[in-house]
Design a protein around this ligand. Structure first.
Ligand code: ADP
Ligand code: MG
Length: 366
């Protein structure tokens, strides 16, 4: 069942188009992440789902009901904000139960919910503390508790971890994942952090300038980016994009990097083209991720290249090495136990089962 559907939604602030014809839907119990750079319109979209922001064009459906004009309080949605937005003068118990009191829930039901939620989120020892007496992670738990206690149909999270330090962020990310695994509630989660998106989402919608670039499973987003923006946004370091031409010989396609000659052509016999290609010598970008370049041949589809190492960045468990490939930069990621050196000619292997091709003019996957 589709829990939430957004249809042809557009939004302007004055003359600025912030959201352009957004279409996205999420199945009940799934975890949708809206991922994109700062300012791309994620919070605006979330606020529209919550009913906190008006729509210029398009509709929002929850369980097949058009809620585009329904008041926020009647949407059966709970939102957790980046700033937590706890009431500073209320203690944890009052903060968690405030919404239930407002909706005139019977006292014994409130107590029961409080007990359940506070032990679930491990804040039962903190019920009499004020927000100022809590750590960042504890405040975040209380904010989640306040949303959970109402048993909403859909949870909305707006960058809930970005105010926490790196270590706590990883811990809380796991807790949110565990929470979702247990409760199986529908979630829409906004973040600009690709790792958070990949680890939490059952589906990721990548946005840029108010347009959804790709809406897909984390695996498809990583393995089959639909355009150059997605290829470049996901992965650290991002996918290498080498300029060159797609040549055709009989029924076979090859990639020839700019400044290389025919003898250096890369065979693409295993590549799954989006649709048949008819032109020859098409200008393309050849995409390969740094982690798909190996120092040893590991399978029969590996293609051997010779490149000169120019820079070595040691990062503990791994090293990132910059190579010169026909005067274009290519980054490889290797275990730091491998001796790579700098200014050295090395034999490397491209895993050709893992590559992407993009049309240079349209930036779309081909
Ligand atoms: P994100 O959450 O992805 O960082 P936002 O949805 O907050 O992006 O903002 C998208 C764009 O809309 C930004 O350019 C922002 O400056 C603009 N914007 C957001 N809210 C308002 C507002 N109330 N009035 C005018 N412009 C706004
Ligand atoms: Mg935002």
């Amino acid at each position: 069942m589709i829990a939430l559907k957004i249809q042809d939604l557009s939004k302007n602030f004055g003359s600025t188009e912030v959201l352009k014809k957004i279409n996205v839907e999420i199945e009940e119990g799934n975890f949708l992440v809206l991922l994109g750079p700062s300012g791309c319109g994620k919070s605006t979209l979330l606020n529209i789902i919550a009913g906190l922001e008006t729509i210029d064009e398009g509709e929002v459906f929850i369980d097949d009901y058009n809620v585009s004009k329904v008041e926020p309080k009647d949407r059966n949605i709970a939102m957790v904000f980046q700033s937590y937005a706890l009431y500073p003068s209320m203690n944890v118990k009052e903060n968690i139960t405030f919404g239930l009191k407002q909706s005139k829930t019977p006292k014994d039901k409130i107590e029961e919910q409080l007990k359940k939620i506070s032990s679930f989120l491990k804040v039962n020892e903190l019920l009499n503390r004020k927000p100022s007496q809590l750590s960042g992670g504890q405040r975040q738990r209380v904010a989640i508790g306040r949303a959970l206690v109402r048993e909403p149909r859909i949870f909305l999270f707006d960058e809930p971890l970005s105010n926490l330090d790196a270590k706590l962020r990883v811990e809380m990310r796991r807790e949110i994942k565990i929470l979702h695994q247990k409760l199986k509630t529908t979630v829409v989660y906004v973040t600009h952090d690709q790792t958070e998106a990949m680890s939490l989402g059952t589906k990721i919608a990548i946005m840029n300038h108010g347009v959804i670039q790709q809406s897909d499973t984390p695996k498809n987003i990583y393995n089959k980016p639909q355009n150059v923006f997605v290829a470049d946004f996901i992965g650290s370091p991002p996918m290498n994009l080498t300029e060159g031409k797609l040549t055709k010989e009989g029924n076979n396609f090859y990639f020839v990097p700019n400044e290389a000659n025919e003898t250096n052509k890369i065979p693409l016999k295993n590549y799954d083209f989006v649709k048949p290609i008819n032109e020859n010598n098409k200008e393309v970008l050849f995409g390969i991720r740094p982690e798909h370049i190996f120092h040893k041949k590991t399978n029969e589809n590996d293609f051997e290249v010779k490149m000169k190492s120019e820079l070595n960045e040691y990062i503990g468990h791994e090293q990132i090495v910059t190579f010169n490939y026909f005067n274009q930069e290519i980054l490889g990621k290797f275990s730091s136990t491998i001796e790579m050196g700098t200014n050295k000619e090395v034999n490397l292997y491209f895993d050709l089962t893992q590559v992407s091709l993009f049309d240079k003019n349209t930036s779309q996957r081909i």
